[in-house]
Write a protein that binds this ligand. Structure first.
Ligand code: DAH
Length: 341
């Protein structure tokens, strides 16, 4: 049924709505509880003469039904239109070739330490840990350093000022040999054992082969019949697996208060000595048979048990493995360097 004026005008307005907001406004204009056109018309019916009230009443009712329906249909249509344009304009092409996301990875030192744990793990070594903040007792005393040994000099070691007990000053550990002591003193721990421990160490040193912070892998093997020959075999296996199966190495005697005898192993840079570094030797590990005093200090009877200890410089092994000329490259965060590994 065609609507009478003014309701047909509203039909046209509804049809012309371009958005849900427009439609809401018209709905309010028509049906608003206080001033809606239809609401007002219905209210006014009561004041009309009977004949007119009847016709007007019918018109109003018809208008209410038709306009309500028109609003609902228009609302639905506008929603669909929204979905249509979303589908048209906002498409995601899953076949598009996007630029590849750059992936990070662990720093090569940490990757390498994990590899070392695997290599030593195959030789029966457990992994231990120890603190970076240490005391003079663990750094020196229990490792058989004499009271006035030059290594205690604060020129090499980062001492922590304000330590309460002057007899046991705090410091940043200068080597991981501290963990030997902590490991052997652990309650309930009895030899035989094989352990390695890796971590940061700190010294006041800085040039192409020294850094104020670097990493060591410490190791310890104690049992009734471990010999120097066992030590050399373990060291050589480690170097061949972790540096290069064909690496050139040499043994030298070395002095460390906590071993007797003490040895050092050097690895050779590739090349033929024509340049400053090539063909020369780099010291990568100190080791030796654990000194009887050290065993006594941790409550192990040196007449019953013996063994060896070693400490690798992690960066130096990597330097020979990859022929990296300067230890500072590990730590200055240059992505051109780091991305190669
Ligand atoms: N702690 C020594 C250093 O930092 C390295 C070392 C030498 C460790 C001999 C050992 C060892 O366990 O037996 O220079």
């Amino acid at each position: 049924m065609p609507l009478s004026s003014p309701w047909d005008g509203f039909l046209a307005k509804i049809a012309a709505c371009a958005s849900v907001a427009d439609l809401d406004a018209i709905e309010h204009e028509l049906f608003g509880r206080k001033a809606g056109a239809l609401t007002t018309a219905l209210k006014q019916l009561g004041g009309l003469a009977e004949a007119e009230r009847k016709t007007r009443g019918q018109e109003c009712n018809a208008a209410r039904v038709v306009l309500t329906e028109a609003v609902a249909l228009k609302r639905e249509a506008l929603k669909c239109k929204g979905m249509d344009s979303l589908a048209k304009d906002d498409t995601l092409d899953v076949t598009l070739d996007l630029p590849e996301k750059e992936r990070g990875h662990a720093h090569l030192i940490h990757e390498y330490i994990r590899k070392a744990e695997e290599v030593f793990g195959r030789m029966g070594f457990d992994v231990a840990e120890g603190p970076e903040l240490e005391t003079e007792k663990f750094q020196f005393d229990l490792l058989n350093f004499p009271k006035h040994h030059a290594a205690r000099d604060s020129q090499d070691i980062f001492y922590i000022h304000g330590t309460k007990d002057p007899e046991d000053r705090e410091l940043l550990r200068g080597h991981t040999s501290t963990v030997q002591i902590r490991y052997m003193r652990q309650a309930g721990r009895k030899p035989p054992f094989r352990m390695i421990c890796s971590g940061k160490v700190f010294r006041k040193d800085a040039d192409a082969t020294h850094s104020p912070m670097f990493h060591q892998i410490e190791g310890l093997m104690i049992s009734k019949d471990v010999t120097l020959a066992n030590m050399k075999a373990v060291m050589e296996t480690a170097v061949k697996n972790l540096v290069d199966p064909n690496v050139d190495f040499r043994w030298r005697t070395g002095y460390f208060p906590f071993v007797e005898p003490g040895l050092e192993m050097d690895l050779r840079w590739r090349g033929d000595e024509s340049k400053s570094r090539e063909g020369r030797w780099l010291e990568v590990v100190g080791c030796g048979m654990v000194h009887p005093n050290v065993l006594k200090n941790v409550g192990i009877d040196p007449k019953k048990f013996q063994g060896f200890a070693f400490g690798f410089g992690v960066e130096r092994m990597l330097m020979i493995r990859h022929q990296i000329p300067d230890i500072r490259l590990f730590f200055n965060g240059d992505l051109r360097f780091l991305k190669q590994f």
